[in-house]
Design a binder for this molecule. Structure first.
Ligand code: UDP
Length: 228
């Protein structure tokens, strides 16, 4: 039994609120258990600095940041670090295939993600929030991007590991994102060592959970708010 009594293939309770940032074109608050993020979208707008501009397509810029009070225990040192640069990059790569970038030549679309509370899975929760923020901003998309982590802890294959589970001695953490329309995987990372068989099971569990999350995201877009 997991400490929060979830089934092995169950993700944490989700809460979604759309357009929470009045100054942004589109925004989303996304909570999954004790992990919570706000994402806000700006643009399409002129590219600055100009040398980043592409004549035939748009540019997507993603910024992931953890707030100092988001972590348990010690405060996180404010500002960007190697980890936030890496996560900003993988989030951009997860979202870009969902956007019709060719419809935005010479423009930039910006997504800022602030982690309010971190209890593992911040990058996947940031992707879920960013995908909805882009949709709220009316950015032309093939469909939503849904993301969740799966992995192993205490000898079991689990969906949506908490920080406590991630800290187990045998832990493997595999964040996965999919394009909900096609099921194509746009993020696949791995922290830990798994056999090929184990990895197949983990990715399968993650993609099934992503599909469920995708339905909740779509419902939130229809209703403006969603929580379970
Ligand atoms: N974490 C932390 N301080 C940090 C970075 C991470 O306490 O400076 C915690 C936080 O709970 C985070 C977890 O470690 O969610 C796992 O971080 P990881 O780098 O694996 O990314 P994530 O699972 O959040 O996408």
């Amino acid at each position: 039994m997991r400490s929060d009594k979830r089934a092995d293939d169950e993700f944490r309770p989700v809460k979604i609120e759309l357009n929470v940032v009045k100054s942004a074109l589109g925004s989303c608050y996304f909570e999954m258990g004790k992990t919570a993020v706000i994402a806000a979208t700006y643009g399409p707008q002129d590219v600055k600095p100009k040398h980043l501009e592409k004549s035939d397509r748009g540019v997507l810029a993603c910024n992931y940041n953890m707030l100092p009070f988001s972590v348990a225990g010690d405060r996180k040192r404010p500002g960007y670090d190697r980890r936030s640069v890496e996560i900003s990059k993988v989030v951009r790569e997860s979202l870009e295939p969902a956007i019709f970038m060719e419809e935005y030549p010479k423009c930039i679309i910006r997504v800022d993600m602030q982690i309010l509370q971190a209890d593992a899975g911040t990058r996947v929760v940031a992707i879920n929030a960013a995908s909805l923020a882009l949709a709220c901003a009316g950015i032309s998309m093939r469909g939503l991007v849904s993301a969740v982590s799966a992995g192993r802890a205490n000898g079991k294959i689990l969906v949506d590991l908490t920080k406590e589970e991630e800290d187990a001695p045998d832990a493997i953490d595999v964040p996965v994102a999919i394009l909900t329309k096609t099921g194509e995987i746009t993020l696949l990372q791995m922290d830990g060592i798994a056999s090929v068989d184990e990895m197949k099971k983990i990715v399968k569990q993650a993609t099934v959970a992503c599909e469920k999350l995708g339905l909740m995201q779509a419902e939130a877009l229809k209703n403006g708010i969603h929580s379970i």
